[in-house]
Write a protein that binds this ligand. Structure first.
Ligand code: 8YV
Length: 315
């Protein structure tokens, strides 16, 4: 029996690749020197796309794959997949929710602690001899008991809030509606008002066209010179130019970011700042979670080709 042909949009760990190659003819577009020529050769036979959250699948790509039936996303976010193009062609879309929630929440909280307490600078202080030469490390800001704003109280936002309770933080959240499961948290509908009452604003909402730049210049300025912005969602949720302006001028105190416009290429302005903590989009990046994500990608593909119900469908 011939193997179904799948298009792999970016590298997967070897443990996934071995499993995928056992079942499918895998075409790695990220290794192609000429993507157009690659798609002209393989595009007509591709039945499935295996992609990653940040890589997605564009309408242009889908248009070059006349036989594609399913897009399986290695990630919870599917904002980079053109859902309208998929719906129009009856192409199924799946993602990997739940299995990554706790790791993403952990990293968000770790970033908040690390940045508040200046841990990266403190390590340099030890390693470069400043401790011995200059004495005590400059004082930083506390975390416990501070006011936290969680923008988006979905699965990840909820787990973030749960962890913040352990630091006795005063927690408020914004979402499209008040959530019945938000015990002990204050609902603040307007993101600007949420930022005004927060020392730390954690951005945890799923990205879509509707949420683009929801963290606007006004939200950033409302957070203020002592405020901290954490982003573990998507760069598009934040007006990045406004963020850079505010970090440079001091209108915003600091930020800790796992996602960037145009990543992995960053706006070089970020690299000059000493009030940011920069992470390489690895909130879900643990061996345990990535194994579970890879399995879910494969389970969705297998269910599709067996004509069974998809475990985690989006469309
Ligand atoms: C990436 C993510 O998919 O879950 C998401 O939406 O962005 C991440 O988990 C992951 O980095 C793999 O590319």
């Amino acid at each position: 029996m011939t193997k179904p042909e799948i298009l792999l949009m970016g590298p997967y760990p070897d443990w996934d690749l071995v499993e995928l190659e056992a079942r499918y003819a895998v075409h790695k577009i990220y290794e192609a020197e000429n993507r157009d020529a690659f798609l002209a050769t393989h595009g007509p036979n591709i039945q499935a796309i295996a992609t990653r959250g940040e890589l997605g699948a564009s309408a242009d790509l889908i248009g070059k794959l006349p036989q594609v039936e399913i897009v399986s996303v290695y990630g919870v976010g599917y904002d980079a997949v053109d859902l309208a193009a998929c719906r129009e062609r009856g192409i199924r879309v799946t993602n990997t929710p739940d299995v990554l929630t706790n790791d993403v929440a952990d990293l968000g909280v770790a970033m908040m602690l690390c940045q508040s307490r200046g841990m990266i600078g403190a390590e340099s202080w030890v390693k470069d001899g400043s401790w011995a030469a200059k004495g005590l490390y400059p004082l930083k800001r506390r975390v416990w008991g501070q006011r936290a704003g969680v923008l988006g109280l979905g699965r990840i936002g909820f787990e973030v809030a749960k962890r913040l309770k352990g630091f006795d933080m005063d927690i408020a959240y914004s979402d499209v509606s008040e959530k019945p499961y938000a015990d002990g948290m204050t609902f603040v509908a307007d993101p600007v008002a949420l930022a005004e009452r927060s020392d730390v604003l954690l951005v945890t909402l799923a990205a879509s066209a509707a949420t683009r730049h929801i963290v606007s210049k006004q939200v950033i300025e409302a957070l203020g010179p002592d405020g901290m912005l954490i982003n573990i969602s998507r760069a598009s949720n934040i007006d990045e130019d406004a963020l850079l302006d505010a970090l440079e001028s001091g209108a915003l105190g600091s930020a800790a970011l796992d996602v960037f416009e145009g990543e992995p290429m960053l706006n070089p302005r970020f690299l000059k700042l000493d009030n940011v903590l920069l992470q390489p989009h690895h909130a879900s990046g643990t061996i345990e979670t990535r194994k579970a994500m890879g399995k879910l990608v494969r389970d969705n593909l297998a269910a599709h080709f067996a004509g069974e119900a998809l475990p985690t469908p989006v469309v």
